[in-house]
Design a protein. Structure first.
Length: 270
């Protein structure tokens, strides 16, 4: 692969850089991450299917815009986007039907099968359509969720990770709120102590006293819990709408970057 470099770097590195096998490593990582991204950003009625519908709709819109923008002489580029449309339209149609049944209160629940299928579909259409870097922007909430979750996912931090980190349910008023992990900050590993200090200092988590002296309860490190921490407890459908609004914001940012900001750093934007 020969990615075109921004104008600001061409004086130093030339017009393009041959990534060689590194580009295939990037595609492999994208496929692996995309497959799991939907599955780890889940646990709320309508969220798994809702985010998939928004991403799929964004992919369809991108392909249509590109077919309108790319001149006829670039036949290969146009065919790539047509093939991407052939793949994403059936997935979008099925997901829209599923969303009707999966919305709060859900009558149908999606499991790993749909989440893995959705993630791999996104990786496939982006590779076939040759817009893998644009797909990274579509997946910004999923990337943020993964990065935010890392201190609990990787044991070398030492921050405990409960088996389920889904929001807690308050049966009295029907709302969902933060779920927590309880631990002693003094018993964290060195890297975990640094992460806990940063999270506490910059108020990136909700912290409250634990059940006994020396223990603290920290809201679980998921984007879902962070949105609940910032926006407060709410009904599950309201929470889902907040998260889907964040997903839509990512799409708008992607289009603004792809067709707006890109023109300031590249001579030709296809």
């Amino acid at each position: 692969a020969l990615p075109i470099l921004p104008n600001q770097l061409r004086w130093l590195l030339g017009d393009s850089v041959d990534l060689g096998p590194l580009f295939y490593v990037f595609l492999l990582l994208l496929a692996v991450f995309s497959t799991h991204a939907i599955n780890i950003y889940a646990g709320v009625n309508g969220l798994e299917v809702g985010q998939s519908v928004i991403i799929a709709g964004s992919v369809l819109a991108l392909n249509i815009v590109q077919l309108h923008r790319i001149p006829d002489q670039f036949k290969e580029f146009r065919e790539n986007h047509v093939q991407s449309i052939f793949l994403i339209v059936p997935f979008l149609a099925v997901s829209l039907s599923l969303l009707r049944l999966n919305w709060f209160p859900a009558r149908v629940f999606v499991g790993d099968t749909y989440c893995y299928f959705a993630g791999m579909t996104f990786a496939t259409v982006s590779i076939v359509g040759h817009f893998s870097k644009t797909m990274v922007l579509f997946l910004l909430p999923q990337i943020l969720n993964f990065l935010y979750s890392c201190p609990q996912l990787f044991p070398f931090f030492g921050i405990p990770c409960p088996r389920h980190r889904m929001p807690s349910f308050n049966a009295a008023d029907g709302t969902v709120g933060n779920s927590y992990a309880e631990f002693n900050p003094d018993e964290l590993k060195p890297l975990g102590k640094i992460v806990f200090f940063v999270l506490k200092t910059f108020k990136l988590v909700h912290i409250r006293p634990g059940a006994s002296e020396g223990l603290v309860q920290m809201s679980n490190l998921t984007l879902i819990n962070f949105v609940l921490y910032v926006g407060g407890a709410c009904r599950e459908d309201v929470l889902c709408c907040r998260l889907l609004a964040l997903q839509m914001s990512s799409t708008l940012f992607c289009f603004a970057t792809r067709f707006g900001l890109a023109s300031y750093v590249f001579d030709i934007v296809l």
